[in-house]
Design a protein around this ligand. Structure first.
Ligand SMILES: Cc1ncc(COP(=O)(O)O)c(C=O)c1O
Length: 400
């Protein structure tokens, strides 16, 4: 049976991984600066994480949400501590799209309204509502099309105020990434996030902080939206949450009340996924990975700023992007195939770096050296300068 052909695959088979390195089936080692789309938070096959999962596997892998699963409580307690979000409620699911789908649905249940404000260049996932809030018509199927979503320019305070003045009473939610990922590593300004907070409060709408990519410590804070010093009503999480074990979740403010049957899932919150998620948070906590992400991120950004040939270095913590000029458009592929480094991209010309939160300084130095070499290999060399001859006395005389 053929695999449904929807991915543009690199012709590489990865068979082994450890920390920030992976190896292919020929034993070639790759430096992973992308963590499989920002998923690897505590390093590939982190021994603490694998041990936790194996231990859980030997006890019970799955039972449904029809019984008490104490590990869910364990996860919620450590999540409360590490995220600093007191008194929120946790709903568990399996992916980022599902997290956003549930968040949007919950906002609509809570407010009794239908309208959502999302932003240009956003990416919130591929399920029905999540994709309707995603600014990419190519992945929106006709059945997902809706008039309920309004896209506004990112960080445009005037446009946001005008929209609320016009339609505020119909708005169920505003959904925003704290740092746009797929959109090319663009940070929401603290003042824009503050405005979202104040307008949603004023109009009784729900502020949804999509933290699927930018959350879980990647920015140096647990949620990148925290830079504004305001709480969102719902935080959505996935990617880094399980370090590769599929799990997603939403943190829900105490003001939003649950009702039996309102949300639900078969696999969400299963013990095996929770064991992976608990292990991730234990490692983040014991190894102080929020601080590490911040300092290593600053280190990487400062080093990138000294690399000739790339432009507009930006980002926060270990969520970093830069622009690649036209003559280096093959940089990502060159890094992968000639220099064995995984990076990510964003259209049209952005390279995204989303390494594990515990990447070492040595590995960052290794990346910078490789990046410079790769850029050099792609840079057209100026022809050797013609030998400048001393003018002969005759020429000198003519010149006079
Ligand atoms: C900000 C953001 N939200 C949601 C999603 C969807 O997550 P998933 O692919 O797990 O459904 C992604 C995935 O890239 C994302 O970057």
């Amino acid at each position: 049976m053929a695999l449904f052909d929807v991915y543009s695959l690199n012709n590489i088979t990865i068979t082994k991984a450890n920390g920030s390195y992976v190896w292919d089936n020929n034993g070639v080692q790759y430096l992973d600066m992308y963590g499989g789309h920002a998923v690897i938070s505590i390093g590939h096959t982190n021994p603490f994480w694998t041990a936790r999962i194996k231990e859980q596997l030997d006890q019970i892998a799955f039972y449904s949400n029809s019984v008490i699963l104490p590990i869910q409580q364990e996860l919620s307690e450590i999540l409360e501590r590490v995220s600093g979000k007191k008194d929120y409620q946790l709903f568990l699911c399996n992916s980022g799209a599902e997290a956003n789908e549930n968040a949007l649905k919950l906002a609509s249940f809570h407010t009794g309204r239908k309208k959502v404000i999302a932003f240009k260049k956003s990416f919130h996932g591929r399920t029905s509502l999540a994709v309707a809030c995603t600014d990419n018509p190519a992945i929106v199927a006709p059945v997902n099309e809706t008039d309920n979503v309004t896209f506004l320019p990112f960080n445009d305070e005037k446009a946001l105020k005008a929209e609320f003045e016009k339609n505020g009473k119909d708005v169920a939610a505003v959904i925003i990434e704290g740092i746009q990922g797929v959109g090319g590593i663009v940070e929401a300004t603290p003042s824009f996030l503050k405005l979202i907070r104040s307008l949603t409060t004023q109009y009784g709408a729900v502020y949804i902080a999509d933290s699927v990519q930018c959350g879980y410590g990647r920015s140096g804070q647990f949620f990148s939206h925290d830079i504004a010093g305001e709480d969102a009503d719902i935080y959505t999480m996935a990617k880094g949450m399980g370090n590769g074990f599929p799990i997603g979740g939403i943190l829900i403010a105490p003001s939003i009340k649950p009702k039996i049957g309102m949300l639900g899932t078969t696999f969400g919150g299963n013990p095996l996924a929770c064991a992976a998620a608990v292990a991730v948070l234990e490692v983040i906590e014991k190894d102080n990975l929020l601080e590490t992400a911040k300092t290593r991120g600053t280190y990487l950004i400062n080093k990138l700023k000294r690399v000739n040939g790339i432009e507009n270095i930006r980002g926060r913590g270990l969520m970093i992007g830069f622009d690649v000029p036209e003559h280096l458009s093959g940089l990502k592929q060159t890094l992968l195939y000639d220099f064995f480094v995984f990076t990510g991209e964003a259209k049209p010309n952005v390279i995204r770096l989303l390494p594990a939160l515990n990447i070492t300084r040595k590995q960052i130095d290794e990346f910078i050296d490789i990046l410079e070499e790769a850029i050099d290999s792609l840079t057209p060399k100026a022809p050797p300068a013609e030998e400048v001859k001393e003018p002969t006395s005759k020429v000198v005389a003519e010149l006079k």
